[in-house]
Design a protein around this ligand. Structure first.
Ligand code: ZN
Length: 226
């Protein structure tokens, strides 16, 4: 039995586990925003503020934004009126230091007052070979941007987009075997320690992330309680 609907959520899982897809579904069902690290950094770096410009300079140089800076940005984002109803974090925290920083920030008086404390960490579990197949099979219509997958969602007619009929497709440059393996390794080394971290706090919910999108989102629905 779920006592209340979870509205303060972290999506956790290896690259290619379907976090973004499931976050988008949840976001629509709950009427709350997905806060993705990439989008947050882009928005902040274009804000024209002094700190925004600092972040922009870092990104332009291809450097990482420090954990401290990241938490500061998150605090600003999670204090916005449109995010007071709740949030789904996709892509952060990425490491134990970031998780600790987030905890500290969410425990601040301001955040407590806003009711922004974490409800659940949804961990999408998928085996490595599944992730590899999922990522390297992705492609996209060059014209209308519809997403496809060689095995899981091929075009109805080979080589022709279902939606717009165009015949040109693109693949993301980093969707190669080597990149996926190195991203999986980075996940295991840097991010996976968050699993026992949140388990100890009683916030971790494990979900089998294999299988069709609607099957996975139904499992999530039961946990979140909407
Ligand atoms: Zn198309």
């Amino acid at each position: 039995m779920v006592e209340k609907i979870h509205r303060h959520i972290i999506m956790l899982g290896p690259p290619g586990a379907g976090k973004g897809t499931q976050a988008a579904i949840l976001s629509e069902k709950l009427g709350i925003n997905t806060v993705s690290t990439g989008a947050v950094l882009r928005e902040f770096s274009n804000s024209g503020t002094k700190e925004g410009n600092k972040v922009k300079a870092l990104i332009d140089k291809g450097q990482m934004v420090s954990d401290k800076m990241m938490i500061k940005i998150m605090k600003e984002i999670l204090s916005k009126p449109e995010n007071v109803k709740g949030y789904i974090l996709d892509g952060s925290p990425r490491s134990i230091p970031q998780a600790k920083g987030l905890d500290k920030m969410l425990a601040s008086r301001k955040m407590k007052k806003l009711g922004q404390e974490l409800d659940a960490v949804l961990y999408l579990q998928v085996p490595d070979d599944y992730v590899i197949e999922r990522i390297i099979g992705r492609f996209q219509c060059a014209h209308c941007k519809t997403l496809y997958h060689e095995r899981f969602k091929p075009t109805k007619v080979f080589g022709i987009c279902d939606e717009c009929g165009h015949k040109e497709f693109t693949r993301r440059e980093d969707d190669t075997f080597e990149t996926v393996v190195s991203r999986l390794r980075a996940f295991r080394e840097v991010t996976a320690p968050l699993i026992p971290y949140y388990e100890k706090k009683g916030l971790l919910r494990c979900i089998d992330g294999t299988g069709p999108i609607d099957v996975v989102s139904e499992k999530i629905r039961k946990i979140v309680g909407y």
